[in-house]
Design a binder for this molecule. Structure first.
Ligand SMILES: [Zn+2]
Length: 262
């Protein structure tokens, strides 16, 4: 709820700012299109004046009501794909990699730049073992897609640079917006940087720490042919995800087959 209220506030602020600078005249009068009724003898309560807005809050564009066009959401075949977000993490990523290796399948790792900087060896292991990389922003900024385009680009470039510092020949064919809070702008920037925007179709919400059995049940229930499954190997205690991994992987492999995203 707080979240929604904040959104509404920010949207309102953006509208205010746009209304205030729309004509480029810059005169304060331009901000008061509806004059007070003549009977108002007393000065009205001060409207939010332009000076109030001067220490600017970050100007975020609103989130679109629905997901923008151009997202990769399925594998394009009957097989399903696994994706692991928010690592690399020294506690969990190696164990997830072990599970994948044991099952002889590969996944896509959506890595966070600051984590790559701390754990370049893990990034190299991900690449060495044949998994794919996906840029997941520098610092998991949930609002990144709503920021000015130049900031989005700088963030994605910085993250790719860190990935390539760790693994110089690594390919980064995908970008995934933290929180799935996409805008058309971030999709466009990712495309300009040769990355396809990777969403998902199955989200067992393992980040909210359900039990391993619940994670397994949720994946099994909602996986369809071509599904892209979202799991996490970083961002917190991933014990339940890890515990679910073996059965989730075996189940998906048996039901659909697991493929690399292309
Ligand atoms: Zn994430």
């Amino acid at each position: 709820m707080r979240h929604r209220a904040l959104l509404t506030c920010l949207t309102g602020l953006v509208v205010l700012l746009v209304a205030g600078c729309g004509d480029g005249g810059g005169t304060p009068a331009a901000t008061a299109p509806s004059s007070p009724p003549p009977s108002a003898a007393l000065p009205p309560e001060p409207a939010p004046s332009p000076t109030r807005a001067v220490p600017p809050k970050p100007r975020l564009r609103p989130l679109p009501a629905k997901l923008p066009a151009g997202l990769v959401r399925t594998t394009g075949t009957a097989k399903v794909a696994l994706t692991f977000d928010d690592g690399p993490d020294p506690a969990w990523t190696p164990k997830v990699l072990d599970r994948l290796k044991a099952a002889k399948v590969t996944a896509t790792f959506c890595v966070v730049g600051t984590q790559v900087r701390k754990h370049p060896g893990l990034l190299r292991r991900i690449v060495r073992e044949g998994h794919q990389l996906c840029n997941h922003s520098w610092n998991h900024d949930l609002d990144l897609a709503r920021r000015p385009v130049a900031e989005i680009r700088a963030d994605l470039v910085r993250t790719n640079r860190e990935i390539r510092r760790a693994a110089p020949k690594a390919k980064v064919p995908f970008y995934r917006q933290p929180g799935g809070r996409w805008t058309a702008e971030v999709v466009k920037v990712a495309k300009q940087l040769d990355m396809r925007s990777l969403h998902w179709t199955v989200d067992p919400q393992d980040w909210a720490k359900p039990t391993a059995a619940t994670i397994e049940k949720r994946v099994k229930r909602s996986a369809r042919p071509g599904a892209v499954v979202l799991l996490h190997d970083g961002g917190g205690n991933r014990a339940a995800t890890l515990a679910a991994c073996a059965k989730v992987i075996a189940g998906l492999k048996r039901e659909h087959g697991i493929a690399r995203l292309t």
